[in-house]
Design a protein around this ligand. Structure first.
Ligand SMILES: [Zn+2]
Length: 343
């Protein structure tokens, strides 16, 4: 048991470390805090977590430490720069991702699936961006569950987008091909019902349409997999993955709703054991996860090479599905198998 005095010191150190991260404090401050954090005590999970932090300044990778979550985040916070935009990857809950999309020119921003509003607000303040939009992929609690709280906590008006009346605080209902902007960035809504009936994916591109663009796929398309068919059919998932999402440029970056890559890739390897690209991605993803780095994003082009649910036209995948040649029955058969697959 931690003594109450030590618990108080630990809490204070953790608070300072977190604050230091969000303030972007100097290396010297962080080194000092880390030494303090590593003071031995009577035991307890708090101490064990801190002792995992290297204290020799020459070995401390400060940039990395500043990005690692301090309250049990499943992944590090990472930033991805694309043409005209920045995407901040924010881990949430056990394996969800929220994404802050920032227009590089105007610094206007939108948040995708803000299930942990406090982290969103801290990031927005740290990055000094103007948040005015919430893009919700679907109504499930682990995606839309923070909307109402964010709207309540945020001092300015927020436009809350989504395709389902079950989404909290929704005030801009959208459907296929509706568009909106984030500063100069263009966003096109793709209706992808199946996981839920009102699921929307958001395709974001630079103002002039150049560059690679990004798509936020919620629980429709995961890296190496797809969401369960809770409210839809194999036909609908085929339309979502193989018609709408496959039609995006191959270099489009895919930001999905969960860190499920290793589990999905294990199933992908089971479907196509001779597909070397899958094996390579598994090795890469293991390496990333060993240091809690996110495996997102992938690209639409990459998904076409390893995601069995986007490869239902391939002879190898069809063979695995018992020789069916109709891609929609292959889709149904793969999903059924994946529902009970133990990698
Ligand atoms: Zn869901």
């Amino acid at each position: 048991m931690l003594s109450s005095a030590w618990r108080s010191v630990s809490t204070s150190v953790e608070t300072n470390l977190t604050a230091a991260y969000f303030r972007g404090s100097s290396s010297a401050t962080l080194r000092c805090l880390l030494r303090l954090a590593a003071v031995p005590s009577g035991g307890g999970s708090m101490q064990r977590r801190f002792l995992a932090v290297p204290v020799c300044p020459s070995l401390v990778k400060l940039q990395k430490l500043r990005k690692v979550g301090f309250r049990g985040m499943h992944s590090t916070l990472e930033h991805v720069k694309l043409e005209g935009m920045e995407i901040k990857i924010l881990p949430a809950l056990q394996d969800n991702y929220m994404y802050l999309i920032v227009d590089s020119k105007t610094r206007e921003a939108a948040i995708v699936d803000p299930v942990e509003p406090e982290l969103v607000i801290k990031t927005v303040e740290e990055e000094k961006v103007t948040l005015n939009k919430v893009l919700t992929t679907h109504h499930h609690w682990d995606h839309a569950g923070g909307n109402e709280k964010l709207v309540k906590l945020w001092p300015k008006e927020l436009e809350v987008y989504g395709g389902d009346d079950r989404i909290g605080a929704l005030n801009h209902k959208v459907q296929q091909d509706d568009s909106l902007t984030i500063g100069n960035l263009k966003v096109r809504c793709l209706s992808t019902p199946c996981h839920t009936t009102g699921h929307i994916c958001y395709h974001v591109t630079a103002a002039d349409g150049t560059g690679e663009g990004a798509v936020f796929t919620g629980d429709t398309l995961f890296q190496g997999g797809c969401g369960r068919f809770f409210e839809g059919t194999p036909e609908e998932m085929y339309d979502a993955l193989c018609t709408k999402l496959s039609a995006l440029p191959d270099n489009t970056k895919v930001f999905c709703g969960h860190e499920y890559t290793l589990q999905n890739m294990s199933f992908a390897r089971h479907v196509e054991p001779d597909n070397e690209i899958i094996q390579q991605r598994i090795e890469w993803a293991k390496h990333r996860r060993a240091s809690q780095d996110p495996t997102v994003p992938s690209t639409i082009g990459e998904e076409k090479t390893w995601n069995p649910f986007m490869r239902v036209h391939e002879a190898t995948v069809q063979k695995h599905a018992g020789g069916a040649t109709d891609p929609i029955s292959v889709m149904g058969s793969l999903r059924k198998e994946k529902d009970t697959f133990k990698g």
